[in-house]
Design a protein around this ligand. Structure first.
Ligand code: LLP
Length: 410
């Protein structure tokens, strides 16, 4: 988003015009930003065999999936539905990594039948996999490296108390299972968490994975998950992707030499690719001054963007209806019957009823975590590409609220 001709614009399109044309609340994505992020990552790992597996769950509109596919990525899916969505969007089964947690073996079998790579994250499922498929179907194993990293406790998943992955301390047990069933292990995986700033955390994860990898024959790839941090606050620092690229690529090349074959290196970024491309446009319904603060009540809330409430996440907010004039301090709140504070004590250009606010970093885990709570409708989504705005999801209607309810005639 940039200011041009006294307007906040993306690729020459005024965001206030989009709000007028499609209504609010509205998710808007800058397609070029996504392509730029893919390129940054590709460039950072240009001298190793990089495969990007975009984390579908971050933003799963099929047009976004098609866009990242065009840019050369594969995908990581975490449910059978995401697997099907990726296939629907045109990914080949071999471009899809399926990383489930706590799913039934039937769901894993369904994914095997669809031809995707399975990433197993617990020993019982590995045994089922062995019993059923033995050496026939290649498989990846998700290890938990016991690294405490990530923006907050809810998104730190590589520590010892996490439900994800097989503990690195259980490696011997894993190796026994692999041997007993003659499993064809082609990949190993770690994902330590989200919002990881420090390049050395990725390096630490890599070193743990290298040590484990030496115990396996015939590996084709190592997958380091996602978790690169993007800037949320003005002036925030983000993961230095070039530094991660240099450090991890070098360590990876050294490992490959020792291992005796040139493996692929996989990453599964979500936020890095799609967080900053997204804006949630909301309209100001009411300005309510209390003795303590001035609330700006908008036509959205935790039902559309749950991150501030769920993770205390900071999302920058801009009043895109006003470029001039004084600033005042406001607390932006939603219309949900909960304390759904979107942004507390923020300086905004003086707000008036009907103004449009843009909530930034709304691309990742925005729409994809939205709900119909309070029987509210989910917003429309617009993708801007090559200077054109495309409606990529219609706003829900009241019929959607009733769609799956069964009136038993009481
Ligand atoms: N790979 C695996 C196995 C994951 O579990 C995740 C995220 C990713 C990749 C992508 O992580 P990213 O690059 O987006 O940080 N809803 C939370 C984030 C939860 C992430 C869950 N797993 C949030 O809005 O902060």
């Amino acid at each position: 988003m940039e200011i041009k001709n006294q307007q906040y614009q993306i690729q020459g399109i005024a965001l206030t015009d989009l709000a007028k044309r499609y209504g609010t609340p509205l998710y808007v994505y800058d397609g070029q930003k996504i392509l730029d992020q893919v390129k940054l990552l590709q460039d950072a790992f240009s001298d190793v065999k990089l495969r990007i597996k975009y984390a579908t769950k971050a933003l799963s509109n099929i047009n976004i999936l098609k866009l990242v596919k065009k840019a050369g990525t594969g995908v990581d899916a975490v449910s059978i539905e995401e697997v099907k969505l990726c296939l629907h969007a045109g990914f080949q089964p071999q471009e899809i990594m399926y990383t489930p947690n706590s799913v039934s073996f039937e769901e894993i079998q369904e994914a095997v039948d669809l031809g995707v790579m399975i990433n197993i994250d617990n020993i019982p499922m590995l045994e089922h996999f062995g019993t059923y498929y033995g050496h026939q179907v290649p498989v990846c194993i998700r290890l938990n490296p016991h690294i405490l990293a990530g923006g907050n406790a809810k998104i730190s998943v590589g520590h010892i108390d996490s439900k994800f992955g097989i503990s690195i301390l259980q490696l011997k047990h894993v190796l026994k299972v692999v041997e007993a069933y003659d499993l064809q292990v082609v990949g190993l995986h770690v994902h330590t968490g989200s919002d990881i700033l420090d390049a050395d955390v990725f390096l630490k994860g890599a070193e743990i994975l290298f040590d484990a990898a030496k115990e396996f024959k015939g590996l084709k790839f190592l997958d380091f998950g996602g978790g690169f941090k993007v800037a949320y606050k003005p002036g925030d620092i983000a993961t230095d992707i070039k530094e991660v690229g240099v450090k991890v690529s070098q360590a990876f090349k050294d490992f490959c030499k020792e291992y005796g074959s040139e493996l692929e290196i996989w990453f599964e970024p979500g936020k890095f690719l799609v967080s900053e491309c997204g804006y949630l446009l909301v309209k100001v319904n009411v300005i309510k001054a209390t003795p303590a603060s001035t609330f700006v009540g908008v036509d959205s809330g935790l039902n559309h963007l749950i991150r501030p409430m769920m993770y205390d996440a900071y999302h920058d907010v801009v009043n895109i209806s006003r470029l001039e004039g004084p600033e005042r301090v406001y607390t932006v709140v939603g219309y949900i019957c909960e304390t759904d504070t979107i942004a507390a004590d923020r300086k905004l250009k003086e707000v008036q009823e009907g103004d449009i606010l843009a909530i930034k970093n709304a691309g990742a885990y925005g729409f994809s975590m939205s709900s119909n709570y309070n029987s509210r409708l989910r917003p429309a989504e617009v993708l801007i590409l090559n200077g054109e705005a495309y409606l990529i999801r219609e706003r829900e209607t009241f019929d959607d609220i009733l769609k799956h309810q069964i009136d038993i005639g009481l």
